[in-house]
Design a protein around this ligand. Structure first.
Ligand code: TTP
Ligand code: CA
Ligand code: CA
Length: 653
């Protein structure tokens, strides 16, 4: 990392007689990734038009050519040259080609009934009935990018959270702390008074060189303030991020955009601020002006019903106007917990931590049938595809290396508005391979069929979960997982019926009592859906988290996972016309509407299989609560539960 200009002044930066706004303690807290130090530096990196870039690189398409990634008749990613033609995810392929006849439309790879490997196929778009989308090519690129990011940061001073298939959060605090002490050795001295609460010496007033970063424009009086340590650390963060982006570009060819700020909330808004191939720095003094320009409904977790409720209750979607409302008024209308969270969010306060654990909790592979399927033979063909899909993800997600494996397998079957689910445990004493998964899946299907009245079937989904760590009984992990081509002949496999339920979705409390609390429960440390959950959904890309994304795009989702049934009550009562009542997305045609319902269905199943840490069980810092002593510490008050009653399921935004 090159030296920033503060150290390049003729005089030592520490000779300034003024004192910094920051203390020795706050400086030291950087080394431990404290979420409450104001000197914290967090970056969010998001790949530009990710699937489109994957296809361009794979196919060697020149960078200025318009390209979109097609899924059936829809588009799921559009590169920046194509966006100039006003092509977006809202377009179907015909509309897009009309707008830009030279558009290169690449269909996603698919699994095909009867084949045992996904492939890029010229006729995929016409084969929605027999094909199932494979996102493996994008997962593979995603993994490479993640590995490179980790490589380009010091091994022992990195905290990286993969937040979705194309984005990561980095907590750069410890890295910057060590670099800061190297550049300014005086800072390593203990405070002269011996009191960690003592202010640091003021850094020199040398102008900081922000290179080509976007800086949020400030009022002149704010801009005139001399840079303090918070500015210097964020500048160093920006240098690091520039280096990481250059590596990704140089070694793998991808462009990405980044936001650098002091927390996840603001860094994520920052990365979306200017795209493509740009980075935006939001200095602490710029946070309030920066947020002022953003509508409340664009903020994380405020893109759905909660955002609407806030707008209708307080009569404004302006963050600035909402900031004029006292906390007590929020509490009276929203309940304690939501009020405090909202109050902080509109001020850019977020103490959630970067969660570097990227453990898979479950994986799901699913398909909706249009038309419905009518025989066990048809269902079994799909189960083979699901087993292959899940198995390749188990292997490719690094299960072999992580020494983790799933202990439960579930099959969901949908017929006449009713979902039946069967599950069994997976023995840890036997090899787990594709064939074994397939055998288990068939057993579950037979259990469902035995109950009668199961055809036609509109959706099937297979999932594995309950991941366990470590190697049991001194068996090498190789005994549990075999590579695809090493797969031994079919062997008997233990199935211990664990739970066997026939459930109408309407009986699920999880679905019937959507609540603000559930929303909080689902957001443990970092309040992101953990990467793995999304990936496992086979719909990670469907759900780029963060409310900074345009709601519609975000919610429209992938028509494939879409291929699923839906809704909380197990029928279509939640949908009116072509608009989704759960998340308000609207749809131009029946197909995309159905796809969207299907996505909710898959998501609900996935959610049901998650481990749900409770909000109360999380440390305050990881809940995005205000720092201790701010007077805003949240209690799990009644207000929150009150809201629960009337609050519909929050969308993932
Ligand atoms: P995004 O990061 O939301 O979008 P993007 O990378 O295509 O474009 P941007 O430059 O604006 O970040 O999503 C990442 C990938 O996830 C995207 O390339 C394709 C997939 N995706 C879907 O399949 N369906 C969706 O509705 C969305 C939003 C994304
Ligand atoms: Ca992206
Ligand atoms: Ca993204």
């Amino acid at each position: 990392m090159s030296s920033p200009s503060p150290s390049s002044g003729a005089s030592s930066p520490l000779r300034d007689a003024r004192r910094s706004r920051f203390t020795y303690r706050q400086l030291a807290q950087m080394a431990t990734y404290s979420t409450s130090t104001p000197l914290r530096v967090v970056a969010h990196i998001d790949l530009d038009a990710f699937y489109a870039q994957c296809e361009m690189i794979r196919l060697g398409v020149p960078e200025d050519k318009p390209l979109a990634v097609q899924q059936w008749q829809g588009l799921i990613a559009v590169n920046y040259p194509a966006r100039k033609w006003e092509i977006g995810r809202h377009c179907n392929i015909t509309e897009a080609k009309k707008l830009c006849p030279e558009l290169i439309a690449q269909h996603v790879a698919t699994w095909r009934e009867g084949d045992d490997k996904w492939a890029y196929r010229d006729d995929a778009a016409a084969n929605i009935a027999t094909d199932k989308v494979s996102l493996d090519p994008y997962r593979l690129q995603s993994r490479k990018i993640l590995a490179l990011i980790k490589e380009s940061l010091p091994k022992d001073l990195q905290k990286v959270e993969k937040a979705s298939i194309d984005e990561v959060f980095l907590d750069l605090s410890a890295h910057i702390h060590s670099e800061l002490l190297r550049r300014f050795p005086e800072l390593s001295n203990p405070p002269p008074s011996g009191d960690a609460a003592e202010s640091l010496p003021f850094p020199s007033a040398a102008a900081l060189d922000w290179r080509d970063d976007n800086l949020v424009v400030l009022e002149e009086d704010q801009e005139a303030l001399d840079p303090d340590w918070d500015d210097i650390v964020i500048l160093m963060g920006s240098e690091i991020v520039r280096g990481v982006r250059a590596q990704i570009r140089g070694k793998l060819g991808y462009t990405c955009s980044a936001g650098i700020a002091s927390n996840k909330l603001v860094s994520k808004l920052g990365s979306a601020f200017k795209k493509p191939n740009a980075q935006t720095v939001v200095r602490s003094r710029a946070v309030l002006p920066f947020l002022t320009a953003i509508k409340v409904t664009k903020m994380r977790n405020l893109g759905g019903k909660l955002g609407d409720q806030v707008v209708s209750t307080f009569g404004t979607e302006s963050v600035k106007e909402l900031r004029d409302i006292p906390l007590d008024q929020f509490k009276a209308r929203l309940g304690e917990e939501t009020a405090v969270w909202l109050y902080n969010t509109i001020r850019g306060i977020d103490h959630s931590e970067i969660n570097s654990r990227t453990q898979i909790k479950s994986m799901l592979s699913a398909k909706s049938f249009r038309p419905s399927i009518k025989t066990p033979e048809q269902a079994i063909k799909w189960l083979r595809i699901f087993a292959g899909d899940i198995y390749s993800r188990l292997v490719e997600e690094g299960i072999l290396e992580y020494k983790r494996w799933p202990r439960t397998i579930n099959l969901h079957h949908r017929h006449a508005g009713q979902t039946r689910s069967k599950s069994s445990s997976i023995s840890s004493g036997k090899a787990l391979d594709e064939q074994a998964l397939f055998t288990l899946a068939k057993e579950l299907l037979h259990q469902i069929i035995a109950e009668g009245d199961v055809w036609p079937c509109a959706n099937l989904s297979l999932s594995v979960g309950g991941f366990e760590e470590g190697v049991k009984n001194n068996m090498g992990i190789g005994a549990f997982f075999k590579k695809r081509d090493e797969t031994p002949p079919l062997r008997p496999f233990d199935t211990v019926p664990e739970s066997s339920t026939t459930e109408q979705q309407s009986k699920k409390p999880r679905l019937d009592k959507p609540s603000i609390h559930r929303f909080f429960h689902k957001r443990p440390a970092g309040d992101q859906d953990p990467l793995n959950v999304k990936e496992s959904l086979n719909a990670d890309q469907l759900q780029p988290n963060g409310a900074s994304f345009p709601q519609l795009d975000q919610e429209k989702n992938n028509p494939e996972i879409s291929s699923h049934e839906t809704t909380e009550t197990g029928n279509s009562a939640h949908f009116t016309g072509l608009s989704c009542l759960r998340c308000k997305a609207s749809f131009a045609d029946d197909m995309s509407f159905q796809s969207h319902q299907d996505w909710h269905f898959a998501k609900d199943i996935q959610d049901g299989e998650r481990v749900k840490p409770t909000f109360a069980g999380q440390p305050a810092a990881s809940r995005g609560h205000p720092p201790k002593g701010s007077g805003l510490a949240s209690k799990r008050g009644r207000g929150g539960s009150k809201l629960e009653q009337g609050q519909s399921k929050l969308t993932f935004g």
